[in-house]
Design a protein around this ligand. Structure first.
Ligand SMILES: NC(=O)c1ccc[n+]([C@@H]2O[C@H](COP(=O)([O-])OP(=O)(O)OC[C@H]3O[C@@H](n4cnc5c(N)ncnc54)[C@H](OP(=O)(O)O)[C@@H]3O)[C@@H](O)[C@H]2O)c1
Length: 266
């Protein structure tokens, strides 16, 4: 394909799998992260770019344009998670969750848009989450940040269509990556009424993630999205998650929440 693609969170996990797939298919890929680590490959460039730095995304995009003269697509994938009851989250916790998953993603997209508009083409693909569709207990902030990003991408899809820019999301379910170990756990109060339920929930979530899809399964969906003539607004990788996503959207919301409670909050 020989596109030039920027992938945030490209140093490990899903992002690294996306970087690998695209490079193997012929694209020139910039793997951006705080560490700048990237696989040794003739078409992969590691890029130190913290999406939370005020100038991080703009400088990263400028460096790509200086080297390649163009940018064809961005995959906003950098993310993190926080676990704890909403009631006991501090403002700092809330900012921690939204900073990377929402603000960092929007800042990265906004750094790419002027380039895409000047070229008359460009693709924006956000790696959100199945959790954007329904709140996961004790990960409700994560669900909120991902749902906010989904909605922003839908907004971009409308606003940027006249400029030839396409937008879409990939919504992974449980995927085995370092995300599980990196998740920040909020220190709940000693007398927290949530403690036991939370601990049971965390054990289930971690087990499901560690036994989840390989990162390359999500990377395949990202690659397919980028290769489609017309990108889909939402893709949920793997048939069972896809079917669950349809159910969540069709069911009355109260029933979807009941299912979540039965699965994760007993
Ligand atoms: N794993 C799952 O089950 C799952 C499910 C649904 C959705 N997702 C989403 O998929 C995306 C990728 O997650 P993953 O599972 O691959 O997690 P991961 O293995 O923890 O990788 C996260 C990536 O984001 C980068 N990153 C974190 N903060 C950053 C920042 N401020 N600026 C730039 N890069 C940053 C990390 O690199 P550095 O540490 O070097 O910066 C790393 O490359 C995330 O958006 C996540 O929410 C994951």
């Amino acid at each position: 394909m020989n596109r030039v693609v920027l992938v945030t969170g490209g140093s490990r996990g899903i992002g690294a799998a996306v970087v690998h797939r695209l490079a193997e298919a012929g694209d020139v890929v910039y793997a951006a992260s705080r560490s700048g680590r990237a696989e040794e490959h003739p078409r992969i460039h590691g890029l130190v770019m913290d999406v939370n730095d005020p100038d991080g995304p703009a400088s990263g995009v400028a460096a790509i344009i200086a080297a390649q003269g163009r940018l064809d697509a961005v995959v906003v994938n950098a993310g993190n998670g926080i676990f704890g009851p909403l009631e006991e989250m501090t403002e700092e916790d809330i900012r921690y969750q939204f900073e990377t998953c929402f603000f960092g993603a929007v800042k990265t997209i906004n750094a790419c848009v002027p380039v895409f508009r000047a070229q008359g083409h460009g693709r924006i693909l956000a790696v959100t989450s199945f959790a954007a569709l329904v709140p996961l207990p004790y990960q409700s902030l994560y669900s909120s940040a991902k749902a906010a990003l989904e909605m922003a991408v839908m907004g971009y899809a409308v606003e940027l269509k006249p400029f030839g820019i396409q937008c879409g999301c990939v919504l992974p379910g449980d995927t085995a990556t370092g995300f599980t170990a990196a998740r920040k756990k909020v220190a709940v109060r000693p007398d927290s009424p949530y403690r036991e339920r939370m601990e049971r929930c965390l054990a289930k979530i971690e087990k499901d993630e560690l036994g989840g899809m390989p990162a390359d399964r999500i990377a395949r969906s990202v690659e397919q999205q980028l290769n489609r003539r017309r990108m889909r607004l939402e893709v949920v990788p793997r048939l069972d998650y896809g079917a669950e996503a349809v159910l969540v959207k069709l069911l009355p919301r109260r029933l979807a929440l009941l299912a979540m409670s039965l699965m994760y909050n007993r």
